[in-house]
Design a protein around this ligand. Structure first.
Ligand code: GLC
Length: 567
């Protein structure tokens, strides 16, 4: 008789982070010869939206500090905080006006130091976001730069004459709409901005710029920061001759001609600059994570550097563009896993529609959220989660143009609604403002916060939150999930993705039904020397097996089955 184990998760090892077990695990990790970040779980925090300690409607550093126990309990090892530096907030912090201070909206430097030391007590590292490509137009470097053609910082940015009256230097476009050039009547030249006009691009061909930015990283390393997520690295360099980009057929979402960004993106010089940045990071044992949007896996591979001397963690953002399909995801993971670098997987972030909404079919959304967790958190590599993913937070796009806060949403409405929807406040409880603030939250909270919030889900054994907690605990305690090689199974199955993770004599099986119909997966594990292996279930959602005669796994729509295989 099949032993039914539908729905709820199975194994919870009640182990705390400071137990002798945890210490033993840590020793094993060292024995496996890995750096700390290779077995860590990263968690991205959008500080405006995480927790508001002073009730002004915007989150802050003390808010984050107050939630460290939650993060620890969840299984997080490092938090990446998106920019919290002084900023006019045109791009909500990605327009930095001082790289070596904290925006008063988020707190003080003392609050920052407190956050780092409280995090350290819990063995959680802090990663900051380095906006390398551009500054705010209110940064003192730019204010000086625009003051005259002979200013000390003039050449820190990219200034050029127009082609003629009212004609920018070339046809390059800003990714946030309109031209990439802004005319400044004071000195009668244009400056280049790949993002908003309030974000002028730095001139990375000027060694003084490079030195200043490297010094910024040193400043934070000395304060205990464990690394950086590097913003928009692929737009660091531009063609110095300002060659026009080739125009392609059709229009983009802002109604402009499509263009191949041949001369203002992904210039090879960025790799050598990143290698020099890495040398500085190595002096402090720090980790560099890249916002690496790539066309394919081989382009992603280049970011590791020919001698592993560039970014340790270039994010696989290709994954965020793929549909929920077993053949598609299987192919992609095979490519990334075989590419030679240590993969960094991400399914959602502050710039794209939340994974819960993107993959959800409206009927099985929670099951799909668990499936996606069962998928990317059991792969070989380091995952970067996004706050709220673990409770199944959905996108909450503005319903009216007048409610839009993100300027690209105002410009591109209604085709481009902007990124407010994926940045709404963290849902802590079912109460007012989801427990985020006692003030007025800067973005509105979706009705689904009543059911999808930390407090309610904590008490529900079948919640998305508890599934994530169990899974993250498994990752920590199981050497195959941490370190094992990835072996794809049943590679022609159109609906089920299944694979082994194998480390020494420890094997874990993962079976994922990526379809909306019931499926049965059969295995022949003879090739792996596991012909008569018996499964011991580690975690499951909507899955049934007969452990006595293990030949198949029956899966509900979007079911997940994870088991240890014992010979
Ligand atoms: C990156 C950030 C995004 C920001 C942009 C400009 O893509 O993730 O939020 O708007 O860079 O700094």
């Amino acid at each position: 008789m099949l032993r039914r184990i539908f729905a709820a998760a199975i194994l919870v090892l009640g182990l705390s982070a400071c137990s002798p077990w945890a210490v033993a695990q840590q020793q094993k990790v060292v024995a496996e010869g890995r750096a700390w970040w290779q077995h860590a779980v990263f968690y991205e925090i959008y500080p405006r939206s995480f927790a508001d300690s002073n009730n002004d409607g915007v989150g802050d550093l003390n808010g984050i500090a107050s939630k460290l126990d939650y993060l620890k309990d969840l299984g997080v090892d490092a938090i990446w905080i998106t920019p919290c530096f002084p900023s006019p907030q045109v791009d909500f912090g990605y327009d930095v006006s001082d790289y070596e201070a904290i925006d008063p909206m988020y707190g003080t430097m003392k609050d920052f130091d407190h956050l780092v030391s409280e995090a350290k007590k819990r063995n959680i590292r802090v990663i900051l976001d380095l906006v390398v490509n551009h500054t705010s137009d209110q940064h003192k470097w730019f204010l000086d730069s625009k003051s005259s053609k002979t200013a000390v910082h003039r050449d820190w940015y990219i200034w050029r004459d127009g082609k003629g009256p009212d004609q920018p230097p070339n046809n390059w476009l800003s990714t946030f709409g309109l031209s990439a050039w802004k005319y400044d009547p004071a000195t009668m030249q244009y400056y280049y901005h790949y993002f908003y006009p309030e974000q002028p691009d730095l001139n990375w061909r000027n060694p003084a710029v490079e030195k200043a930015m490297f010094d910024v990283t040193r400043f934070w390393y000395k304060r205990g920061v464990a690394g950086f997520r590097l913003d928009a690295v692929d737009s660091l360099f531009e063609d110095p001759n300002l060659t026009d980009n080739p125009v392609l057929p059709g229009k983009d979402k802002f109604g402009r001609p499509n263009m191949e960004e041949k001369y203002n993106k992904k210039l090879p010089e960025m790799h050598t600059a990143l290698q020099r940045l890495r040398k500085v990071a190595d002096e402090y044992g720090a980790v560099l994570i890249g916002e690496t949007w790539t066309e394919n896996v081989s382009e992603l591979k280049e970011y590791y550097g020919g001698h592993s001397d560039e970014l340790q963690m270039p994010m696989d953002l290709l994954l965020t563009k793929l549909p929920l399909s077993a053949p598609v995801l299987r192919d992609h993971i095979a490519g990334v896993d075989a590419s030679g670098g240590w993969p960094t997987y991400v399914i959602t972030n502050h710039d794209i529609v939340r994974s819960y909404t993107r993959y959800g079919d409206g009927t099985h959304n929670d099951d799909i959220a668990k499936l996606m967790a069962g998928f990317y958190l059991t792969l070989r590599g380091t995952p970067i989660m996004y706050y709220g993913e673990e409770i199944g937070m959905e996108n909450n796009d503005p319903k009216r143009k007048e409610d839009v806060k993100d300027p690209i949403g105002q410009l591109g409405w209604p085709t481009e609604k902007g990124r407010d929807g994926e940045r709404t406040p963290m849902q802590w409880n079912a109460g007012r403002n989801a427990g985020f603030t006692k003030g007025t939250p800067w973005l509105s909270i979706p009705a689904s916060a009543k059911t999808h919030n930390v407090e309610s889900e904590r008490h529900d054994p079948n919640s998305v939150l508890n599934f994530y907690r169990r899974l993250l605990l498994l990752r920590k305690e199981d050497s195959a999930l941490r370190e094992g090689k990835y072996i794809a199974l049943n590679v022609s199955d159109p609906n089920i993705m299944s694979y082994l993770r194998q480390y020494e004599d420890n094997t874990v099986l993962v079976v994922l039904n990526m379809s909306a119909t019931k499926q049965k997966s059969r295995f022949d594990l003879a090739a792996q020397g596991l012909a008569s292996a018996k499964p011991a279930t580690l975690l499951a959602n909507g899955a049934a097996v007969d452990p006595a005669v293990f030949k198949s796994v029956a899966l509900e729509p979007y079911g997940v089955y994870i088991a240890k295989l014992n010979k």
